[in-house]
Design a protein around this ligand. Structure first.
Ligand code: NAD
Ligand code: UFG
Length: 332
């Protein structure tokens, strides 16, 4: 299939391009490079030994998107482009609503106009809000604590409404849990600008000596050791989940959790990283981060059953690959 990947220069998008190419598909990437660089496109080419077509445009620019659809014949779209920093979205809600909603509407308009009927959307476990883990796809969604999460809920509703009126339109909504790690080549991975908000990039930067210690946000949660519990999934497993979703697409809207189904606490992840790398991570316990929930992990049985997909890589591998990338990575 010929697949358009929006946000394909980003962390999850670049790994997804590799998984698609390895599965025999061809890809065209649209990205405005707002949170990425052309380096990842070059790395995808190096890793796969294949040329890919890259267009530096903003997905919310409807006419620019339509021009890409005029020039290409797509079998499907994977829409990952979006802004994703939870804290930032609280400070700049308008920017988040505008970017994430306008880009989704723009790409959907083009799909409708050019009759492209396979659509995969990047959603997030954050839509479950304060439901109790394990999260299942049928749960009633709770309000999220931030505008970023609200944009995901809204996009899910838009997609569901479109599929109701257009029977030919098939949608897979993928609710990601916590992707970490990097491609085993060490050439692409997560490279946040500034101080990382997320746990794994912070740990790798402590290991590299960029920060003296890790702040653990609270140790009084109702979890095995009191620290927050998440479902960490290797980004390549997540990427392969997109391939499965695209290949197994059936009519209507289908929602899938992409996680491992296992909860890991902050302290357990720190220990796994130390075991994988031999590097000690100094830490201090600090106050809970506003908006954090105690526990977030997936029920993954639907994806296993319907997509014949499950995460294969373990926590030690995730840590080893994240560290390999951090060691190679030079800020651009
Ligand atoms: P990322 O920031 O690395 O990648 C997103 C890419 O989209 C970037 O390359 C950015 O430049 C591009 N982009 C943003 N707005 C754009 C626009 N209007 N036009 C064109 N390009 C645009 O983030 P990621 O971690 O790869 O996340 C990809 C998707 O997955 C996002 O939609 C995010 O909300 C979702 N998601 C991520 C996580 C996570 O933990 N990383 C968890 C759940 C969901
Ligand atoms: N944490 C720390 N110290 C840090 C960073 C994080 O203790 O420096 C803790 C958090 O309190 C939490 C855990 O590590 O308990 C994971 O935090 P992350 O920031 O890595 O991930 P979140 O689960 O908060 O959020 C991420 C993405 C969201 C996405 C969600 C989906 O940032 O966009 O996963 O589950 F919606």
């Amino acid at each position: 299939m010929n697949i358009l990947v929006t946000g394909g220069a980003g962390y999850i998008g670049s790994h997804t391009c590799i998984a698609l190419i390895e599965a025999g598909h061809s890809v065209v990437v649209i990205d405005n490079l707002r949170n990425s660089s052309k380096y990842s496109i070059e790395s995808i080419k190096r890793i796969t030994n294949q040329d890919i077509s890259f267009c530096k445009i903003d997905v919310s620019d409807k006419s620019a998107v339509e021009r890409i659809f005029e020039k290409n014949s797509f079998d499907g779209v994977i829409h990952l482009a979006g802004l994703k920093a939870v804290g930032d979205s609280v400070i700049k809600p308008l920017e988040y609503y505008e970017n994430n909603l306008m880009s989704t509407l723009s790409i959907l308009n083009a799909c409708q106009k050019f009759n492209v009927n396979r659509f995969v959307f990047s959603s997030s476990a954050t839509v479950y809000g304060e439901n109790k883990s394990p999260f299942t796809e049928t749960m009633v969604l709770m309000p999220t604590t931030n505008p970023y999460g609200e944009t995901k809920v809204m996009c899910e509703r838009i997609l569901t409404d479109i599929a109701k009126t257009n029977q030919a339109f098939s949608v897979s909504i993928l609710r990601y849990f916590n992707p970490i790690g990097a491609h085993e080549s060490g050439l692409i991975g997560e490279s946040p600008t500034g101080i990382p908000n997320n746990l794994m990039p912070y740990i790798t930067q402590v290991a590299k000596g960029k920060h003296p210690f890790l702040n653990i946000f609270g140790n009084h949660y109702p979890t095995t050791d009191g620290t927050g519990e998440r479902d960490y999934i290797h980004v390549m497993d997540l990427a392969e989940g997109h391939v499965a979703a695209m290949e197994q697409m059936t009519e209507g809207v289908h929602i899938y959790n992409l996680g491992t189904g296992r909860g890991t606490t902050v302290l357990e992840l720190v220990k796994a990283f130390e075991q994988a790398t031999g590097i000690t991570i100094p830490f201090k316990i600090s106050v809970q981060r506003q908006g954090d929930i105690a526990s977030c992990y997936a029920d993954v049985s639907k994806a296993q059953r319907q997509l014949q997909w499950s995460a294969k890589r373990d926590l030690i591998g995730m840590c080893r690959d994240a560290w390999r990338f951090e060691q190679n990575y030079q800020e651009v």
